[in-house]
Every structure is written in C-alpha cells, then in structure tokens.
Design a protein around this ligand. Structure first.
Ligand code: NAG
Ligand code: NAG
Ligand code: NAG
Length: 527
C-alpha cells in the first residue's frame, strides 16, 4: 500500500525517462482509433515512463494510474518511420521491475507502430514482380503483380479476378528494414490509406538480379503476420524473361534523331539504342516518353517492328513500334498501341540526323518557281507571300544540295525587294506509292522540311513541314501553292547563283537586303 502511494507521487512529480529520440513522435497503431504519442514522459495508453532498465537497452517501465498497471515495454527500432514493441502483462505497482521485463519472451505479441505523416522512401522495385498462380489459393483474392511506378516511391498492386473490389491499388513506401536475409517494406495505399506490409528474400547468387525469390504479404494492416511465415501470404515470383528485353536493334536505327515539331519551329529529339526509345516532344513544355523494347516482332532488311512497353503510369502500357530505313540519315517511325497485332499505328514521325554531308542525291534536278501568291509553311522567310525559287541539284559538285530562295516586296517600303535564301541538303529520297517522290531536306544545320514531288508529270513540287514526310495527308496539288518546273539547271536565275556563292556553309540562311542599301544611299543624297 505504501509503495503504491509512493509510485503515484512519483508520477505526479512527472517522472521522465530518456527515450531514444527516434521513438519520440506521433504514431499510428492499426486497429486503434487514436494516434499514439511517445515522448520522454509518456506512451499513450501505457502510462507514464518510470524508468529505463539499465541492463537491457530499449526496455522501459510504464505505470498507468487509471488501470493501476505496471508494464515493461521492449522497443525494437526498425526505421525512422516504423517502431515495433512487445509488452508484458499488467503487473502490480510493487512488483519487481526486472521480473516484469523478464516476462517478455520472443513469443510475446509484437506490435508495429507507423509514424504519422511519414515521408516516403524509394520502393525496392526496379522492375515488375509477377507472381505465380498458387493452385491451392487460386480461388482466393490475391495479388498478380507488383509494378514499379514512374515515381520511385510508389508501386502498384494488381489483383487477380477473385477480388471483390477488382481495382488495382497504388501504395507509397515509407519504411524499410531487414532482419537476417529478410527485407521488410511498409507501405500505405493512396486511396484507402491502408497499411500494406510485405517481406522478401533474395539469395546471394541472385544478388545481381533485382527479382526476389519469395514475397510474403501481410494479410492485415497490423503487419503482425509477416513475422511468422505461416501467417503471411506466400507469393512465388515468376521469372521476368517473358517480359524483359532481349532485343538486338540493327545499327541503322540507333543514335540521336530529330523530327519537326508540331509548331514547325521547335524540333523533337529521339534517342534509340539497343534497349529503348526515348522521345522528348516539345509542346509548351518538353514531354519525355520512354519505351523499353521487349521483342522484335518482324525484321526485314529495311523494316523492323518491335513490341515495347512504357512505364509512364505504374503498370506497363504496351506499344508497337515500326521503323523504316530511308537512308543512313533518315528513318520513318510509327507508334501505336499493341492491339490488332500491331497493324494500326497512330503517331508518325520522319526522323533525321543533322549530318553535315549527305550521299543521297536530290531527285528531279531543275529549277522550280512559284506564283507571287505562294505561302510557305517554312518559318525562315521574311515574306508572307512572294515568289519562291527552288533550285535542285544545280551545283554539279554536290548533287545532294539544293537552294530555296524567296523574293518579295518589303511590306513598309514597297520599293525594297527582300531576298531570302537557304541552302539545304537532301538526306534521303524515297517513294511509297506511284504518285509521289518524298525527300527529306536539312537546312539551317538542324531544321528540316519535306519536299514532295509528283512522279507522273515531274512538274510540281511542294513543301511540307509536318512531323512525318511519309504519313502526311497530301491534298490535291494546289497549283497556286506549289513550285512548278521552270528551267533546267543551266538557266537558273542570276540571284540564285549570287546567293549560293555568298553563303559558304551548308544550311545557313542568307538575307540579302541589297536594295535597302541602295535606298538608304538615295535618301542620304536627297538630304
Ligand atoms: C509528452 O506529451 C504530453 C502529451 O502531449 C505532454 O503533456 C508532455 O509535456 C510531453 N512531455 C515532454 C517531455 O515533451
Ligand atoms: C540506352 O539508353 C538509356 C538512356 O537513354 C540508358 O539508360 C541505357 O543504359 C542504354 N542502354 C544500352 C544498352 O546502351
Ligand atoms: C553513305 O556514306 C556512308 C559512309 O560515309 C556509308 O556507310 C553509306 O552506306 C552511304 N550510303 C549510301 C546510300 O551510299
């Protein structure tokens, strides 16, 4: 009786223990409604900390005045965000502390606390984990796979069709610890805020492979079942060979490629290597897509079809990619969803490499001219309308060069003629039907346009700056807006040869304002 009185007065004096700072905070114990506070004076529901046990680290004596219970709590620190403990039975206040603590054995129930508002940590998946169907459990709801997500701190669990709520779950990882060769992960689902715990092993031989051997999933939120294998759900991991890449891409596909952007000014970039296609598409911002190659579906000398997957969301989305060789500097790329045996593609790009020299000759040599009302889709001219002259292959030294020049009246000073000229090189020229010849022309070092010429009459050319030169909707040829054959090369107009000789480097834009100078001189004379 006296001792009990003594204890109460001790707690009134607000006794205090020195608890590891990593235990202090607000915690969640699944199954309890209220969160739990642990600090140097108290542990919610357990009472006031009377003292620590000197012989054993992390064992503390708590006294709860309401229930008149003295308990020993044994903490097992696991991670900044996960704390486990075992507790003794309720003892009388005058029972001996070391006897109380000795009553905790490895069989005593282990509770797990999760830090409230924990910061997330990376999940251990760098690829998807697919689980074998367990015959014994196939009529039960169980996970089919864990998929790694775009954000490394989340993963997605997909379930078999036996589950009542047939939806996949995305979970955030927030604690990780290991015990022997067993690794434990604690996560929380985004939607239901449900704790999901699993453990896994990796054998030493398999250390390089990032797949685990076995995965144990806790059947409830308390994660208690995890610590005894019998009470957790065993998931056998399937080899990913079926899903992973074993692709040998031909040399002609590889490297860094460009394509004309949607707005015709910016360029998109593409990187193809043995394992993946990375696209950086310039819209208002740069959007990156990463497609990992899985398997070559079809391979001919100049065409290749590949099955690929992207992890833009958590679970993979499968795509079909088709690449067609046009020259060592040009390929056609088509991408579609993996449906209908890869027969339909939805996105098309003609990719080019900004080479300084080309060994593809330009087709249909000659000089082509437009009417005065010609509107170009190319962004390089100062004129919105005017006469355009295209001179193809007129320099005998270099049959892969062409030049394109525009001449128009200055909008403010009508007497002034503005002449703009660019030199381009033909990177590749090909036909996909009997009507048109398509040529990819590089100008201004890294920009490109597509030149489309009619085959039958060989009289008209027009210029397109779409992202694909092959899959482009060709309108009926508009005479108003095309360049028509006017001369063979020898009679090419004088200003073209002037501008051609004045621009030394391939692809540079020359703006010749020679009349402007003349006008300025005239003004000076009058003043
Ligand atoms: C521990 O938490 C309780 C309840 O929030 C508070 O009253 C007490 O002052 C805290 N003790 C310390 C040492 O922070
Ligand atoms: C392919 O490129 C990506 C980055 O673009 C790189 O991470 C990967 O290791 C490369 N693969 C090979 C086989 O070179
Ligand atoms: C162009 O030249 C490169 C080497 O400079 C060569 O590998 C390629 O086969 C040539 N292409 C054609 C179409 O002649």
């Amino acid at each position: 009786m006296l001792t009990t009185f003594g204890l109460s007065s001790l707690s009134l004096l607000s006794s205090s223990c020195s608890i590891s700072s990593s235990f202090v905070g607000l915690w969640i114990q699944p199954g309890l409604l209220d969160s739990i506070t642990i600090n140097n004076t108290l542990f919610s529901l357990k009472g006031t900390c009377l003292n620590g046990q000197h012989d054993v680290k992390y064992k503390y004596i708590y006294y709860n005045e309401q229930t008149r219970c003295k308990r020993c709590i044994f903490f097992i620190p696991r991670h900044l965000n996960a704390l486990q403990y075992r507790e003794s039975e309720c003892f009388d206040a005058d029972d001996d502390n070391s006897r109380i603590c000795a009553s905790i054995t490895p069989d005593t129930v282990l509770y797990t606390l999760f830090r409230d508002n924990a910061e997330s940590i990376p999940c251990p998946l760098d690829q998807s984990w697919y689980f074998k169907k367990s015959r014994r459990l196939s009529s039960l709801c169980q996970p089919k796979a864990f998929h790694n997500c775009f954000s490394i701190n989340t993963f997605q669990i997909s379930y078999n069709n036996q589950c009542r709520s047939n939806t996949d779950e995305i979970a955030t990882c927030f604690a990780q610890f290991s015990d022997g060769n067993m690794n434990y992960i604690i996560s929380r689902s985004l939607n239901q805020q449900r704790f999901i715990c699993f453990s896994y092993t990796k054998t030493k031989i398999d250390e390089k492979s990032s797949l685990p051997n076995e995965v144990y999933l806790s059947e409830d939120e308390t994660c208690r079942g995890l610590l005894t294998r019998e009470s957790a759900l065993l998931l056998n991991v399937r080899s990913n060979k079926h899903y992973e890449s074993n692709v040998q891409m031909p040399d002609w596909t590889q490297g860094i490629w460009l394509s004309t952007g949607i707005d015709r000014i910016k360029t998109n970039s593409f990187h193809i290597n043995q394992s993946q296609l990375t696209m950086n598409i310039q819209d208002n911002q740069i959007i990156s897509h990463n497609l990992k190659f899985l398997r070559i579906v079809q391979r001919h000398e100049k065409t290749i079809r590949i099955r690929a997957k992207s992890l833009d969301q958590c679970s993979p989305i499968f795509y079909c990619i088709k690449l067609i060789y046009r020259s060592s500097a040009v390929v056609d790329l088509s991408i579609g969803f993996d449906k209908h045996q890869c027969q339909e593609n939805h996105i098309h790009y003609t990719l080019y490499k900004p080479l300084e020299k080309s060994n593809s000759s330009c087709p249909h040599i000659g000089v082509y001219k437009s009417l005065n009302t010609y509107r170009s889709s190319l962004p390089f001219s100062a004129c919105s309308t005017g006469i355009w002259t295209l001179s193809i292959g007129c320099q005998p030294i270099n049959p892969s060069e062409l030049s394109l020049a525009s001449s128009c009246r200055h909008e403010l000073v009508p007497d002034v003629q503005v002449i703009t000229s660019i030199k381009g090189i033909c990177l590749a020229s090909w036909r996909t039907d009997r009507r048109f010849q398509r040529t990819m022309v590089l100008y201004d070092k890294s920009k490109a346009f597509c030149l489309i010429q009619t085959l039958r009459s060989m009289t008209t050319s027009f210029i397109a700056s779409a992202s694909s030169c092959t899959n482009i909707e060709i309108p009926p040829i508009n005479v108003e807006n095309s360049l028509r054959y006017s001369d063979s090369c020898h009679e090419s107009s004088r200003f073209l040869s002037i501008s051609a000789s004045s621009s030394s480097s391939i692809g540079s834009v020359q703006r010749v304002f020679y009349l402007l100078f003349y006008l300025a001189m005239k003004l000076l004379i009058y003043m």
